[in-house]
Ligand binder design. Structure first.
Ligand code: PGA
Length: 231
């Protein structure tokens, strides 16, 4: 399987011009890189413009979250169906910043995962503790696991510049795999950069990466992609 590199732009940049520029610079450079799948998760407001700028490119798109209902009186929410209808394929669910600032609970995350699956989006479930897996995936049919990604994102490593040591990350990857009793795709996120990207894929055995800060710097992001495309 090609490594999956998911750029989580978070709440950046602050205007469309910069978003287009960042996307365009990445798109141009990614063209020549093989054996890697690149997903960009910009803020919702930029999605449709960037998707229209992406004709015939190899980049896929993801939402940074979604609601659990498909439509209705839910002010401020974006539904999985809306994302699907825009041409989005992936959606990050349960990111630690949403658990913290939006007070997302495991119950809410579970509903979001199920709603995303109903719309055939590929959920990228972010977890920090093993115990979250059971609650977040409660009632998800096993046959849906093939379209699911688990992102191990240790809290101490997210946005801190302190990446998780390789052995600890690898141990957690194995525990997640054991807990789910089947092969699932597990990716790593938390202070990923061009120096450590390859280690998580080649040595710790992850199937992809979820860089945040580094995905906003074109050169650094491209270095990350190149380093794993060669591994
Ligand atoms: P970071 O963010 O790479 O800036 O640590 C990762 C994430 O929050 O997904």
């Amino acid at each position: 399987m090609k490594p999956l590199i998911v750029a989580n732009w978070k709440c950046n940049p602050t205007n469309l011009k910069e978003a287009k520029l960042l996307f365009d610079s990445v798109k141009k450079r990614v063209k020549s890189i093989r054996n890697v799948e690149v997903v960009i998760c910009p803020p919702f407001v930029y999605l449709s413009v960037l998707i229209s700028q992406n004709l015939s490119s190899a980049i896929s798109f993801g939402g940074q979250s979604c609601f659990w209902e498909e439509k209705g009186a839910f002010t401020g929410e974006v539904s999985p169906l809306m994302l699907k209808n825009l041409g989005v394929q992936y959606v990050i669910i349960g990111h630690s910043e949403r658990r913290k600032y939006q007070r997302e609970t495991d119950e809410m995350i579970n509903k979001k995962i199920k709603a995303a699956i109903t719309e055939r989006l590929k959920p990228i479930l972010c977890i920090d503790k093993l115990s979250q897996i059971e609650k977040d995936l409660k009632g998800v049919p096993l046959k849906e696991f093939k379209n699911l990604f688990i992102a191990y994102e240790p809290l101490f490593a997210v946005g801190s510049g302190r990446p998780c040591p390789q052995e600890k990350a690898e141990r957690m990857r194995i525990l997640i795999q054991k807990k789910l009793k089947r092969r699932v795709k597990i990716i790593y996120g938390g202070s990923v950069n061009s120096q450590n990207a390859q280690i998580y894929i080649e040595k710790a055995g992850f199937q992809g990466l979820l860089p945040g800060g580094a995905s906003l710097k074109v050169k650094e992001f491209i270095k990350i992609i190149r380093s794993v495309s060669q591994s």
